[in-house]
Design a protein around this ligand. Sequence first.
Ligand SMILES: *Cc1c(COP(=O)(O)O)cnc(C)c1O
Length: 426
Amino acid sequence: MGELINGFTGFARKEALGAFQYARDADRPRGSGTASFDPDKLRLIPSTDRRWAWTEIDLNAIRHNASEVKRRIGRGCRLMAVVKADAYGHGAVRCAKTALNSGAEYLGVATVQEAIELREGLVNAPILVLSEPPMEAIPLLLGYKVMPSVYSPEFAIQYAEAADSFGLRAPYHLAVNTGMNRIGVRHDEVVAFMQQVSFHRALDLVGTFTHFATADCAETLDFQIQVKRFYEALSALQAAGIDPGIVHAANSAAAIRYPDVHFGMVRLGIALYGFHPCQQTRTMIDLRPAMSVHARITDARLVPMSEGVSYGMNYRSPGSVKICTVPIGYADGLRRGLSGCTDFIVEGQRFRQVGNICMDQCMFEVDLRTYGARRKVDPQVGDEVIVVGRQGDSVVTIDDMANALGTIQHEVAIGFGCSRMARVYV
Ligand SMILES: *Cc1c(COP(=O)(O)O)cnc(C)c1O
């Protein structure tokens, strides 16, 4: 019995049916069971067996990328590993420790909470929050020894007074707006700003930085204007007798493309995780993507010609295809906009994702006909599927997905990495 349910005789389907019947066979009323499960034993069931979709992070790739950049920037220049947004979805604590062991000396985050999570993960390196937090968070900065970026006098004074009241220093980096117009003191107002706050003895200017809006663009004029303004701001500080501390400006694109703006430190984000910030860097540096996305087939069925698949039934079976289901959907970062626009890899061969990607699952199509030299693949329930990564000669990248979606790799990587999928370090 059950052999021909849905036209496909999967062995796992029979297993599942058996287990179900066993549970029902026990002839006692439901809910009166006395079985108790040992939570410690339950915990031993690995995350990749709880759900057949997970991400893998190759820490050797992170080591490689950090060392490649470190080698290019030379001895006199520090490397900041930017590990905001849970290290772009790769896991902040593990990536921070790995980068720190591969030449990084500084860490950059976006929020105070991200900094606290690093400290709680026993990370001791200097941490800079890359924008100015709310004043209410100042005790956390002092308590966890985390530096803020500063660009408003009110924050500077409040921070200094709080530090002073604990008998502490108030270290910070000054953010300079040279043209991105996001945060920072205007490039031609840095001296006035410093004079406004410098009466406070607890304040410690540890670094001065700016951020480029177009370091990853082919056109370089706007970039050059920002560089010029930054140099002017630095000279003005020096002329006023103010030591700017560690000077930094370069994100990944600038660190790779423009040695002139390495200054005392570069801030490495996307390239640390193995993504090229733009086309130009592809020939300049060897980067290895650290993230891959994996799943296992949970269902495989023959779908008769012209029957639809998934919501909306935009896809219709052409016949002689097996439709395989994997438990990964847009709630896991596999964006719905990729429906029909990405391939999955099984046994080193690519197969087209078909039908709309659902919240928790999606399907792909396997042509069962043999023709030419093509090796026939007949995937089964439980077989591994590469959603992002390389297998044999086949490769599907986050770059491909970002291009198909009209976005950048940061967003796609964070979508997978900050989802409910388990993360495995390899
Ligand atoms: C995110 C961020 C970076 C890292 O940028 P990438 O392009 O990912 O290397 C550097 N600096 C600042 C201020 C940032 O916000």
